[in-house]
Design a protein around this ligand. Structure first.
Ligand SMILES: NC(=O)c1ccc[n+]([C@@H]2O[C@H](COP(=O)([O-])OP(=O)(O)OC[C@H]3O[C@@H](n4cnc5c(N)ncnc54)[C@H](O)[C@@H]3O)[C@@H](O)[C@H]2O)c1
Ligand SMILES: O=C(O)[C@H](O)COP(=O)(O)O
Length: 628
């Protein structure tokens, strides 16, 4: 049985209402332009929602237009640029299915025909109204014999066409739904890529946010192997609007949640989610991942990824991305500011001032110039802090577990002990790996100089809090700044509890080291782009738990992405299947790490579906997907 596709023009096949565009051309320079345009828009919406008779709306709109034949060429040029994005992506569909695609519109043939024939739709499959002109080329009306000039016209055209097969209507208006209401279509797809009309969506059999959704539903090959609107994104912890916007523009269905979720909540919410976006608070545990039935990628919209069970994610074929340098500078600037504030005792003095006390004295207040700054963890933040600190006169020492290049005049120390004994100011910038729990505890505080300044902007669990508290109280630590805590409130509405509250010369901040507008904007851009690259091309550059592969653009081929446990013989099995099915391989890329293998194979487009089934069935396959 043939499948016929009946497609609406305005706001479906194109992103705009052609009459609105025509109005802006024809009314150019006329005093009534703004008022007439507003009324035309209003009449269009009333008509589309089925609130006024179509013919009345059309008549009134045409009268307001002041249109001439000479306005049509510029209108057509503008409309050509306004073909809906998912229609542009799927030109192949229009060519292949030309025999069964019809455009039925209450708009006008004069501008519809040049646009839709360019897509490959046949001229005699276009049904629309026709304009009438006077001798001077002025539009004076429309052909009233045409059924499309009146209510129910679309249904009448379909009835006359007497198509032998299933009929699927794709449109954004009530007049499109009327075809289904008249019993003349199998399904009405409310097309929402350009406009979403609540009343129309309620009546639809299916909402189609893109043409791919319709094609996928009907098992027709489309530009994407999977409609993007079916990819559900869950964003927690107030991800920057830029990030939200990028993911929405990509066509994903995005749900946002301002706070973090606890394990139980997330284990429920994660079902059906393909992309999860979090920041430092949300713990993505193996229990959460067990329920992640569709998860492909996790974006940590921050630097740290210790909140994610990276190994469990990897074993399930879930790639994790973060923003490794987007807030580095912000943390460094805060550290520098705090070093100065604490060395000058500003925090306590400010508190006293607010209480009405004037304490002008130099006692215990020092310059930072020439003081020894000890940086523990000389990674991105530690190294950047080293450079900035040195430029304002600090003498920099550092200790890192790994061999790191000393920047500027910084001095590398070989042990933590040496660093703790040397520094006047200690700033902690280690990562949050579990082994770093309490890396600074009583024994380490004991090794520090009396009157040391201590700063932790890294992770809360790396410092033993009771030990820190007693060393502040004893005066061993003269000043302290802590931005990160073992337990942090889930949201701004929850209270903050800590033993460190109320201690002298102690700056407590609510985990805002990386919270600057610049950093959040950078992160909002960086992470979605890595995720979209991964989803669209398979590229894993910058993934923190997947073998990193930068892949070329896919050209005239299908890309098979196979993620498997790194056990011997898998590649051989994959390639044996290609040989068995006589597949021509256009390119193959492989990278493994200890746990998983990541194999990408670009192959010619023609192959049997059995190949896919057999690739999926290879033992130790974790995930498999096809891109085209
Ligand atoms: N407060 C905030 O808002 C904020 C913002 C950004 C980053 N961070 C945190 O800052 C920390 C550092 O970030 P980064 O981008 O520099 O990370 P990074 O991975 O580039 O650097 C961490 C460095 O610490 C070293 N290291 C790890 N454990 C160590 C140990 N026990 N002793 C000595 N060295 C050790 C590593 O070898 C590495 O060089 C991370 O914990 C990150 O989560 C906090
Ligand atoms: O890891 C990070 O980048 C910091 O801890 C900042 O985390 P946040 O985005 O949750 O503020």
């Amino acid at each position: 049985m043939d499948k016929y596709f009946i497609i609406d023009f305005d706001s479906t096949l194109t992103r705009v209402e052609a009459m609105d565009l025509l109005a802006s051309i024809s009314l150019q320079g006329l005093p009534q332009k703004a008022a007439a345009e507003a009324r035309i828009k209003e009449l269009t919406d009333l008509g589309m929602n089925g609130e006024i008779s179509f013919r009345d709306s059309l008549k009134e709109r045409l009268l307001l237009l002041e249109a001439k034949e000479s306005h049509l060429p510029p209108l057509i040029e503008l409309l050509k640029k306004q073909v809906s994005i998912s229609f542009q992506r799927n030109k192949e569909f229009f060519k292949q299915y030309a025999e069964t695609i019809f455009v039925i519109s209450n708009g006008f043939k004069e501008y519809i025909t040049p646009i839709v024939t360019e897509l490959g739709i046949k001229e005699d499959h276009i049904y629309a109204n026709e304009l009438l002109f006077d001798d001077n080329g002025k539009v004076i009306g429309f052909s009233e014999d045409n059924p499309l000039s009146k209510d129910g016209g679309k249904a009448e055209v379909i009835r006359k066409l007497d198509l032998d097969g299933d009929i699927y209507v794709i449109g954004d208006g009530h007049n499109d739904y009327e075809i289904k209401a008249a019993g003349l279509a199998n399904k009405f797809y409310a097309f929402t890529e350009n406009v979403s009309r609540e009343k129309v969506m309620k009546k639809a059999d299916h909402i189609a946010p893109s043409l791919e959704e319709v094609l996928f539903e009907n098992k027709i090959m489309s530009a994407f192997s999977y409609p993007k609107n079916r990819i559900k994104v869950l964003l927690l912890e107030n991800v920057h609007p830029i990030g939200v916007d990028l993911l929405e523009k990509e066509g994903f269905t995005v749900e946002e949640y301002p706070a973090g979720l606890d394990e139980e909540e997330l284990a429920e919410k994660i079902k059906g989610v393909s992309i999860l976006g979090i920041r430092s608070k949300t713990q993505v545990t193996s229990k959460v991942l067990e329920n992640a039935d569709r998860l492909m990628a996790i974006g940590a919209f921050c630097i740290g990824t210790n909140q994610i069970d990276l190994e469990a994610a990897q074993e399930r074929g879930v790639a994790v991305f973060n923003a490794p340098f987007s807030n580095t500078r912000s943390v460094v600037e805060l550290a520098i500011g705090e070093i100065i504030m604490l060395t000058r005792n500003i925090f306590d003095k400010a508190v006293l001032m607010h209480q009405g006390n004037w304490d002008k004295s130099a006692s215990g207040s020092k310059e930072i110039r020439g003081k020894k700054l000890g940086i523990i963890g000389y990674g991105n933040i530690g190294a950047q802090l080293s450079v900035v600190a040195e430029s304002i006169g600090l003498d920099v020492y550092y200790y890192d577990l790994e061999e790191k290049l000393a920047l500027g005049n910084a001095t590398k120390l070989d042990s933590l002990k040496e660093l703790l004994q040397t520094a006047d100011i200690i700033s902690l910038h280690v990562d949050g790996r579990p082994e770093n729990k309490n890396v600074i505890g009583e024994a380490e505080f004991k090794l520090m100089k009396d009157g040391v300044i201590f700063i932790n902007l890294s992770r809360g669990h790396v410092v033993d809090i009771p030990a820190l508290k007693s060393n502040i109280e004893s005066g061993k630590i003269k000043g302290c700044a802590v931005d990160v805590f073992p337990e942090e409130p889930k949201s701004n509405k929850d209270p903050f509890e800590s033993e460190l509250k109320g201690l002298p010369n102690t700056i407590l901040s609510p985990h805002i080291g990386g919270s600057t507008e610049e950093a959040q904007e950078n992160i909002g851009n960086f992470v979605p782009n890595r995720i979209m690259e991964y989803i669209n091309t398979g590229t894993t550059t910058n993934s923190v738990n997947f073998p990193n592969l930068t892949l070329p653009r896919l050209q005239n081929a299908h890309r098979l992405i196979h993620i498997h446990k790194n056990v011997p013989g898998i590649i051989a099995k994959i390639n044996q299947l290609f040989a068995k099915h006589e597949i021509n391989i256009a390119g193959q890329y492989l990278k493994t790490n200890e746990k998983i293998g990541y194999v990408i194979t670009d192959i010619d487009k023609a192959y049997s579906k059995d190949l896919i089934k057999e690739l999926r069935a290879i033992d130790h396959t974790i995930k498999f997907r096809v891109l085209y």
